[in-house]
Design a protein around this ligand. Structure first.
Ligand SMILES: [Zn+2]
Ligand SMILES: [Zn+2]
Length: 475
């Protein structure tokens, strides 16, 4: 009875006051929603279903949708209670805390991919706020955490997480679960975040078994993460993606990340769209060398785009840069020394050709360089490297490696530049281009200000995305 109460199967809440008839009716409702035989009694399949790990948000409306006999008054009450949506399209989110055994960078990547699922198929756009206020906050809690006894977490299994409908912007996760970023053991954080984010956007539980918004936990599989039921639901609230073209592979983004290393090359059918996969998604870092070749980094691979705009197939970071880890934060090629610099976490790598220089990787944070820099750039005017991190930038000398005096300084020196860019390069037209998500900012070195902005995949031919193909929506 407590279970049915918690998940919204009684029309009048209040523990211990339900007649046997109400109890039977509530059980039948639950069995209808979960596609079980409508026995109306607590039989073995029903008890088994109740014990499965699931979302702690109640089934109120999906239940009303399934129960055609539900009186209209009750359905309206449910809808009024839950409904709601955001009245803006650009939302910020913040991961307030996370399990200490998961690396921060990977958690942020998984959360970003989860939000990307929804922005790929709707007009919504999301930005991560690493500090301060945000529209949607993701928080891990133990047990009772002050939003009602009904919402107290129950340890491993049972309710894994819950979230609130707009515009409260809160999703809570049970700290007692064993969270994981991979398929296999543990609860996959990406899947659960993607589901709870759906609630924070206004989606209710779906009675469609294959839907991400179905209340029961699903393992990460190679199938699409979003079903058409999820896509229609989000488009009902927020409309289609503004770029007009429907994206063909909703939900594949994260699976790509996963399969990247193992069976990537065996997948002929996907090869073509993957060869320019960077055109359709975020990348980790970008730079250009002295011959104006672009290097675009994502995960454990990189692409080279020649000066004529032809993109290579993705190549593994090894053996081009032996010892370089996947998922770098930033990269810059120095025109002064002709060397590649890579940054990840508090460390940095320097290569002359394919040779890692002696003494590297170094603990660059000990030299005053920022940890997890957003962007690295060789800046010709100063003949120095520049590292960008949040609202600040650092000017860095190469020999000896270290931050120049009087830095960091405020990003305001770079008029018009937003924080948290993914990468930057000096183009052969003499301008510096900064990238973040699907946007670019063109920075004039003489005027020291941003002079143009737009979408890089569709507006900058030299990014190599123009003949990427028309099967997938470009970023
Ligand atoms: Zn849910
Ligand atoms: Zn909570």
């Amino acid at each position: 009875q407590l279970f049915l109460e918690k998940y919204g199967y009684f029309s009048e809440p209040g523990a211990g006051t339900h007649s046997p008839a109400e109890f039977t009716e509530a059980l039948r409702d639950f069995q209808r929603v979960t596609h079980l035989p409508l026995s109306g009694v607590l039989d073995a399949p029903t008890l088994h279903q109740m014990a499965l790990p699931r979302c702690g948000t109640d089934d109120g409306d999906s239940r009303a949708a399934g129960a055609r006999r539900a009186p209209p008054a009750r359905r309206r009450r449910r809808t009024a209670q839950h409904g709601g949506r955001w009245y803006k399209r650009h939302l910020t989110y913040r991961v307030v805390n996370w399990p200490s055994y998961l690396p921060q960078h990977e958690v942020r990547l998984a959360v970003r991919a989860a939000f990307e699922l929804w922005s790929n198929v709707s007009s919504l756009r999301f930005w991560e706020a690493q500090h301060g206020p945000a529209d949607i906050r993701l928080t891990f809690f133990h047990g009772d955490h002050n939003d009602g006894l009904n919402n107290a977490f129950d340890g491993p299994g049972g309710a894994l997480a819950h979230a609130f409908f707009p515009r409260r912007g809160e999703a809570h996760f049970d700290s007692a679960e064993r969270w994981s970023l991979h398929s296999g053991k543990g609860r996959n954080l990406f899947i659960v975040v993607a589901h709870e984010v759906g609630h924070t956007l206004g989606l209710q539980h779906s009675p469609v078994k294959s839907a991400l918004m179905s209340p029961y936990y699903k393992k990460l599989s190679k199938d699409f993460v979003l079903s058409w039921d999820d896509i229609l639901a989000i488009q009902n609230l927020y409309g289609k993606p503004s770029k007009g073209s429907a994206i063909q592979l909703p939900g594949k983004v994260f699976t790509h990340f996963q399969d990247w290393n193992t069976d990537f090359y065996s997948r002929d059918r996907q090869q073509r769209s993957l060869s320019t996969y960077y055109c359709h998604s975020f990348f980790d870092a970008i730079t250009a060398d002295g011959d104006h070749n672009l290097y675009i980094f994502k995960g454990s691979h990189y692409w080279v785009v020649s000066a004529s705009g032809n993109a290579s197939d993705p190549r593994p970071l090894q053996p081009r840069w032996p010892g370089l880890p996947a998922g770098i934060d930033a990269c810059a090629w120095s025109q002064l020394s002709g060397k590649f610099y890579f940054f990840k976490g508090g460390r940095c790598w320097r290569y002359a050709g394919s040779k890692l220089e002696a003494g590297f990787p170094r603990k660059c944070s000990a030299l005053g360089l920022p940890r997890h820099p957003d962007t690295a750039l060789y800046f010709q005017q100063l003949r120095r490297l520049v590292l960008f991190k949040g609202p600040k930038y650092f000017v860095v000398g190469e020999e000896p490696l270290g931050v120049e005096p009087y830095y960091p300084r405020s990003l305001r020196d770079w008029a018009g530049l937003p924080p948290a860019t993914a990468g930057a390069l000096t183009h052969r037209d003499g301008s510096v281009y900064f990238f973040r998500d699907d946007q670019y900012w063109k920075f004039d070195q003489a005027k020291l200000q941003v002079v143009a902005t737009g979408k890089w995949a569709t507006q900058l031919a030299w990014m190599g995305c123009w003949d990427a193909n028309s099967e997938q929506g470009l970023f």
